[in-house]
Design a protein around this ligand. Structure first.
Ligand code: GDP
Length: 467
């Protein structure tokens, strides 16, 4: 038989062009904001260049000097939190299958690359909720994490206003691009949380916002047009704990208890530079103990795959051991020993935000962005949203059953004779009900039989062992 030559390889499209900085370059990130602050990282980037009062309004940050030694850029997010560790490239070029070399080649080995390319093309979405009372450093931390300026036009309320104020929800979105990968980040802030004397409404605002997003997604998903569904579900909630308490306060426990089955909660001790190392350790221990005593489950880190490399396993262990993350935030770039660092200046020295000895900032950023962002999304979809969906469906079916019963009763009572009253549809419905009941009975009987057979089998096995 004459051998047919294999078809020529399909051309694999190249990834979208890099932001200009190149892989591992210092600045390849393009950031724009939907709230009109198109120069979202202008300040951050210009601070990196030694200019803290940048006013550039460009929405596209061009690559800075590649030889720049700053480690504050968003491209470094993908780097491990210990300097010098090499991580695999985030966006590897897909391999072209070599048909000529391998005649047994079918082709499905490229499936991961196909999925990869498709999702990169589509872009990613992530919604982060920040909860905690005013002044705990939430906005500073978010700006430091994503090198943005999401809170440019913020107005701080005075004390009287804060006492009166109710909790609101403020949503801000920014588009970030890094090495051709687009991320639409939405930050949901809850200004006024815990400020009023009565904190009742604080938790209600948070829970109803989360539920509302689930409800919206459920409605969109059940609708006719399921294309272009906007996913506004909250994937992670950063809950800020003040550093000055002994542990969690009653209001923290109340809120976390109400939220922990709806959203992935990650606890963060804000302004951790107010505490020394020993105090941080003790506070973390007491918080974890409180959570255990109150049967509260925060976001559970998935187990590391056994085939992961040792560095990754070690990093995963360190991340798990750092919970709750004790963080320090700052948007100020300081020069320490000739190196530019993001830090806070005190009379006795500089707190370097990115130094693991000073704060868990880099660990939090690694966890949130580099290693667990997808798992946070998966857990939201597979656990929290599924719970919500199951509840919705059971409520809908219960409501439908009640309505049907009511309709049946109404139609019967509206006529005199029972037989004459049953319309054709009602008769069919009753028939179906009867059928379902019969099938359920059969199922119960079969289950019973199976159980008995299983028991008998076990007894038989026991007697064999006895002998
Ligand atoms: P938010 O109201 O929770 O968003 O708090 P802000 O981010 O506006 O911070 C309130 C004040 O605390 C500002 O003056 C910040 O400079 C300062 N701040 C922010 N983060 C830290 C931190 O980690 N440590 C210390 N000591 N101060 C911080």
């Amino acid at each position: 038989m004459k051998h047919q030559p294999p078809p020529p390889p399909l051309p694999l499209t190249q990834p979208p062009s890099l932001g200009g900085g190149g892989v591992g370059g210092v600045s390849g990130s393009v950031i724009s904001s939907s709230s009109g602050s198109s120069s979202i990282v202008a300040n951050a980037i210009s601070s990196l260049n030694g200019n803290n009062s940048a006013t550039s309004s460009s929405s596209c940050i061009q690559p800075a000097n590649n030889n720049n030694n700053h480690n504050n850029n968003i491209n470094n997010i993908s780097s491990s939190f210990e300097a010098g560790k090499s991580r695999p490239p985030l966006y590897p070029k897909p391999k072209t299958p070599s048909f000529d070399k391998d005649r047994d080649y079918i082709g499905f080995a490229t499936l991961p690359e196909q999925v990869h390319r498709k999702s990169v093309k589509r872009g990613f979405e992530f919604t982060l909720m920040v909860v905690g009372e005013s002044g705990l450093g939430k906005s500073t931390l978010i700006n430091s994490l994503f090198l943005g300026d999401l809170y440019k036009n913020r107005q701080m309320p005075n004390v009287e206003e804060r006492i009166e104020k109710t909790t609101r929800v403020e949503k801000k979105t920014m588009d970030i691009e890094e090495r051709g990968v687009r991320l639409r980040l939405t930050v949901v802030d809850t200004p006024g949380f815990g400020d009023a004397i009565n904190c009742e409404d604080s938790w209600r605002v948070c829970t109803s916002y989360i539920d509302e997003q689930f409800r919206q997604y459920f409605t969109d998903e059940s609708g006719l047009n399921r294309r272009n569904i906007q996913d506004n579900r909250v994937h992670c909630c950063l809950y800020f704990v003040p550093p000055w308490g002994h542990s969690l306060r009653q209001m923290d426990l109340d809120l976390i208890r109400r939220l922990h089955r709806k959203v992935n909660i990650v606890l963060v001790i804000g302004k951790a530079d107010c505490l020394n190392k020993q105090e941080v350790r003790k506070l973390k221990e007491r918080i974890l103990q409180d959570l255990e005593d109150n049967h509260i489950q925060l976001y559970q880190f998935p187990e590391c795959d056994s085939d992961e490399d040792d560095d990754f396993k070690q990093q995963d262990r360190e991340l798990k051991a750092s919970i709750p993350f004790a963080v320090v935030g700052s948007n100020t770039i300081l020069e320490v020993a000739g190196k530019k660092v993001r830090g806070r200046q005190y009379p006795w020295g500089v707190v370097n935000v990115e130094d693991p000895e000073h704060s868990d900032f880099i660990k939090l950023r690694t966890f949130l962005i580099s290693t667990h962002m997808q798992d946070l999304k998966d857990t939201t979809q597979d656990v929290h949203y599924e719970n919500f969906r199951a509840q919705c469906i059971s409520q809908i079916s219960q409501h439908a059953l009640r309505e049907r019963g009511k309709l049946k009763r109404d139609s019967i009572s509206s006529t005199n004779g029972f037989d004459a009253a049953i319309s054709e549809t009602d008769r069919l419905l009753l028939q179906k009900d009867e059928e379902i009941r019969r099938m359920q009975d059969m199922l119960t009987q079969m289950q019973e039989k199976l159980k008995q057979t299983h028991l008998m089998e076990m007894k038989k096995n026991d007697s064999v062992i006895d002998v």
